[in-house]
Structure formats: C-alpha cells, structure tokens
Design a protein around this ligand. Structure first.
Ligand code: AMP
Ligand code: ZN
Ligand code: ZN
Length: 428
C-alpha cells in the first residue's frame, strides 16, 4: 500500500473547532439560549453516493440530462473519472468505497478463483457475494459505523457481506427488478428518520445504462440515450426529495460510474482455441481481460503459445504486468493475464457456437486509461466547489474524498486526499 499524503492540519483544526463549538454549546445551554444553539449547531454531514453503471463520461453531453446538469452547475464535474484495473463492475465499485486498488481489496475480477480458499467467486453467485472471505479492506459504510454513524449501502457490491463481522445498518440483497423509483424512495424514506437514526451515508445503484450499452452498443443512440435519460430522471427524483426535506443544500451528492463502454463490432473476435489447447490453458475469466491459470508446469508453454499470437491480444506473465495497473499483488491474479485492444473480444469456439455467433455489441474491462473506459463523476455539496470542471482523476481517491466530506478518519488505503483537494471548496 502506498504511503498516504494527509492534509492532516485541516482535519486537526476541524477537531479543535468541533471541541470549541461543543464548549460554546454547553455555555449557551447553561445561559438558556436554546434557540440560538439550534440555529448555530452544524447539521450532521450527509453523503449520498449514486452509481450509474456503465455511464461513460461523455454520455451526459449526448442528450438532455437536466438533473446531472443541475448537479454539475451546483458542484464539480470531472472531465472523466479514471477507473481501476480491470474496468469491470465489481472491482471498481469496491475500489470506490475502499480506496484500494483491486489487487489489495481482493475483487480482482467479476469471476475469481482463490487458490488458498480453493473456491470460486462470481457476481451472480449469491453465496459468494455474501461471503466476507472475498472482500478485503474496509468499505466506507464500515468506516462510518465504526465512528458512530448510520450507513445504508443499498445494492452496492460488497454490502451483502459482513465486514469485520457486521453488516451496515441498512442493506438488502441485490434485486435487479426493483424499480428506479423504489431505489430512490428507500433512501429518501430513511432520511425521514430522527437525526440520530438517519444515515450519514447511503448508496443508490442503477444498471440501466450498462445493460443498454452492452446489448445495443454505446453508439446506439436511441437505446442508450433513453437509458441515460431514465437514470437522469431518477437522479431528478432524488434531488427533489432532498429539496422537499430541506437537505439539498446540506447533502453531498456524488454521482459516479464504474467504467465507460466501447463498441465491440462482430468482426473483432479472437477465438482462443485457434492458438492454445483450452484444456491445458484453463481460462477462468474471459473478455476483455483473460485470466489464464494452467498447471505450474504448463505456464511457460501456454504463455509462449499466446504471446504474439494475435496483434490485438497482449499477454503478460504475472510478474511482468505493468506497474501502472496496480494488478500483481494478489494470489487471486492468474499466472498469465491477457489484455485486448479496445473493442476486441476473446472467446472460445464453444461459447461462440452457443451464442449463435453473436456477442454483445458493447463492452468494458479494457485498459483503465483508455478514453472510452472513462467513467462519470459529478458531485455537489457544501464542501465542494461550484460550477467547475476538473481534469481526469482516479477513482481510488474517492474514499479519501468521501471520508473528508463526512469528517471521518479513513482506514489505510491507496488513495490520497491531496489528489482531489482541488475539488474542495476550502482546500484547492
Ligand atoms: P458487468 O458484467 O461488469 O457488466 O456487470 C454489470 C451487472 O452486474 C449488472 O447488470 C447487474 O446485473 C450486476 N450487478 C450489479 N450490482 C450487483 C450486485 N450488488 N449484486 C449482484 N449483481 C450485481
Ligand atoms: Zn459496470
Ligand atoms: Zn457491464
């Protein structure tokens, strides 16, 4: 894990001013000045984290998105958010809430094998998703609850597994059939609880854009733009709900996505059987990151068969994976990792036949610095700048940012507050 650069003095000062404020409060109460006390007491911090799965950074400029536009005008927008590697759903959602690279939080793919656990993880395997052995690090809902706050991480990857033996106060098993409106309303309902029971941190998740962009391809304007407008409408409902409760000016609302999307034309498919015996290679995860796990004695031969086999597939021995991917330091990373050029797919002949030769028309998972993999970040709240667009930054820093906005002491992580301090109203 990297050494972190802390903006310690600001947090320290805050602690001092909070203690001073508590002192003033006691004095005023003693003097019978209760109404003055209520007016001056700072509201408890509230942060709502929204994920629009698969929402590429530029999708909000293709079609009217009044809610996102309003949020951007009231806060900050990143030109794009750089995901962690690999640019898949579970790895990135968990990086956002832990501040850890995937090699450190353990969710190195949507499909994982752990040699020590002798077990497999898959995002549709309910018991694996709820098994804490897969999820390392401390998600922000646990950080919040350890420090006396209530958290409600609805539908966020990782929220179904206890962390340090405990679930968040409010969570529910993932159910893709729950309507957008209900996803928003369940969070708003919790905001109606008395202040001591009200969550300080909550999440809302939507897969609509990811679903459409996989199925039709990101350039299918009619279908993808319609999904973009549906999730924007859900955000509008959330903003209205905050306004009705007098919380819009107080709340931090962070809207993000886990990765972007690129078109995958049907003629850009590599059939792996053409280059290697799949019985020996043992592929445990496919497009666009190949995780190849042969027996130790077969690793070099399989590597040699795949290396240079196709101009759009680059394979690495685990020890040679580039540093910038932060993708070596885990026993769950395969001995051979292959990465495709953007827009290419790799599959087996059997799978291609099963699908009648048709694969989805859009995908993600490619190199995290590819522009098309860039994700969305728009956020507003009292601690953030207003009406500014900032250059691209990495999502590994969001945990530090959220802890700062919630006035929480972060757990050790790979991010740094300094990397995002230019988003802060008081600290650029
Ligand atoms: P991906 O294969 O990376 O495109 O994953 C996107 C899919 O992950 C979505 O369409 C959802 O069906 C699924 N998903 C998202 N969040 C969860 C969750 N918390 N539990 C189970 N599945 C999820
Ligand atoms: Zn996703
Ligand atoms: Zn997806």
């Amino acid at each position: 894990m990297n050494g972190r650069v802390r903006i310690g003095s600001r947090r320290g000062l805050r602690g001092v001013s909070a203690r001073l404020a508590a002192g003033v409060l006691a004095v005023l109460v003693a003097a019978g000045a209760c109404s003055a006390v209520r007016q001056s007491a700072a509201p408890a911090p509230l942060l709502i984290l929204v994920s629009f799965d698969g929402f590429r950074w530029d999708f909000m400029d293709r079609v009217p998105t009044p809610a996102l536009d309003r949020l951007a005008a009231a806060g900050v927008r990143a030109e794009r958010l750089i995901p962690a590697f690999p640019t898949k759903t579970f790895p990135n959602h968990y990086t956002v809430v832990t501040g850890l690279y995937t090699e450190h939080h353990g969710i190195v793919a949507n499909n994982i094998v752990d040699p020590a656990l002798e077990d497999r993880f898959g995002l549709r395997n309910r018991s694996a998703v709820q098994d804490p052995r897969w999820w390392h690090g401390e998600p922000i809902w646990r950080t919040a609850q350890r420090q006396g706050r209530v958290a409600a991480p609805f539908f966020w990857p990782g929220s179904e597994a206890p962390n340090d033996g405990q679930h968040a106060a409010h969570w529910r098993p993932y159910d893709g059939s729950v309507s957008h409106e209900e996803r928003v309303d369940q969070v708003l309902a919790l905001l109606d609880l008395p202040p001591t029971e009200r969550p300080a941190f909550a999440t809302v998740y939507f897969s609509d854009v990811d679903d459409a962009a996989h199925r039709f391809g990101p350039d299918a304007r009619a279908q993808v733009d319609a999904a973009v407008q549906r999730v924007d409408a859900a955000l509008g409902r959330l903003i209205t709900g905050l306004e009705e409760r007098g919380l819009w000016d107080q709340a931090h609302l962070l809207v993000t996505s886990d990765h972007g999307m690129i078109g995958t034309p049907p003629d850009q498919v590599i059939v792996l059987d053409d280059y290697v015996d799949l019985e020996i290679a043992k592929v445990i995860d496919w497009a666009p990151v190949l995780a190849v796990w042969p027996k130790p004695e077969d690793v070099e031969e399989v590597y040699q068969s795949l290396s240079g086999a196709h101009p759009h597939l680059t394979v690495y021995r685990k020890a040679e994976i580039p540093d910038g991917w932060h993708y070596r330091d885990s026993p769950r990373i395969a001995p051979i990792v292959g990465l495709l050029d953007g827009g290419w797919r790799v599959t087996s002949r059997a799978y291609l036949e099963l699908r009648g030769g048709r694969l989805s028309l859009g995908d993600h998972g490619y190199h995290h610095e590819l522009e098309e993999m860039g994700a969305l970040f728009v956020a507003s709240g009292p601690g953030l700048r207003r009406g500014e667009t900032v250059p691209p930054f990495s999502n590994v820093h969001l945990y530090e940012l959220m802890c700062h906005l919630l006035d929480l002491e972060p757990a050790p992580n790979d991010g740094s507050l300094e990397a995002v301090s230019h988003l802060l109203r008081d600290g650029g």
